[in-house]
Design a protein around this ligand. Structure first.
Ligand code: SF4
Length: 76
């Protein structure tokens, strides 16, 4: 059975420069907010249980953010 990992994902709006890289890599987890002009985490992904493979893609997305505004916290 695939290991499941619960995570909380957030974007620091003060750091985000709205480059769109996060959405280009993972458009289910991140989207543009017309309201703030910044990129945000989708409702579904704010707190989600994922497989190791899915977590790796999320981590890869976070590492690709040029200002490292994406935070992924593992929830016990
Ligand atoms: S990759 Fe980072 S800086 Fe670029 S839009 Fe996403 S959160 Fe903002």
């Amino acid at each position: 059975m695939q290991e499941k990992i619960k995570v909380k994902i957030s974007v620091n709006a003060d750091l985000c420069i709205s480059c769109g890289v996060c959405t280009a890599i993972h458009n289910k987890a991140f989207k543009y907010s017309e309201k703030t002009g910044k990129y945000i985490v989708t409702e579904e992904y704010k707190e989600i249980t994922v497989t190791k493979k899915e977590l790796d893609l999320l981590k890869q997305t976070a590492e690709s953010c040029p200002v490292l505004a994406i935070k992924i916290e593992q929830v016990k």
